[in-house]
Design a protein around this ligand. Structure first.
Ligand code: ZN
Length: 161
């Protein structure tokens, strides 16, 4: 776990990197753990760095984004095919619905990962509070271990005093 880099609570995570990791269906925090347990089901926490994801509220936003993207691509494709080439109707019916379905299914999970990554980076819906709580826990563990507060570890026993 020492090679896992997660943004500390003092610094806010890089939104672009978090969204890119989300698009690749990986943990927005460390980029190594899986973000999805199964199709569209976000895991409760990263199995590599432990970042919690049950805070996310992607809701209907990913489908809206996917409809926006796919609608523009397919709409442009249909109009271009109809105006520039004389495409028979059966070819339209064979290509566009199938392409729409494939693009929607292929894009939905990566886009949901982007949305979760953005929410994580912006600290929305409890992500920031969880990050702060996690830091507080880490700091208290470090204080108990004598790390980070200037103490020089366990003292050597004094014999014969
Ligand atoms: Zn992680």
């Amino acid at each position: 776990m020492s090679d896992v880099t997660v943004a500390s609570p003092g610094e806010s995570p890089n939104a672009y990197r978090s969204m890119k990791n989300g698009f690749l269906c990986r943990c927005p925090a460390c980029g190594q753990g899986r973000l999805f347990g199964r199709f569209l089901k976000v895991v409760d926490a990263c199995d590599v760095c432990g970042t919690e994801f049950h805070h996310h509220r992607a809701d209907d936003f990913p489908p809206y984004i996917v409809m926006f993207i796919v609608g523009h691509l397919i709409g442009y494709g249909v109009l271009t095919a109809e105006t520039r080439f004389e495409v028979p109707l059966w070819l339209h019916l064979a290509v566009w619905p199938a392409l729409t379905l494939i693009l929607c299914v292929a894009l939905l999970q990566p886009i949901k990962g982007v949305v979760v990554g953005l929410q994580y980076a912006l600290g929305m819906h409890g992500f920031a509070a969880a990050r702060a709580a996690r830091t507080a826990r880490n700091e208290s563990v470090e204080e108990k271990a004598g790390v980070g507060d200037g103490a020089e570890g366990p003292r050597a026993p004094v014999y014969g005093a």
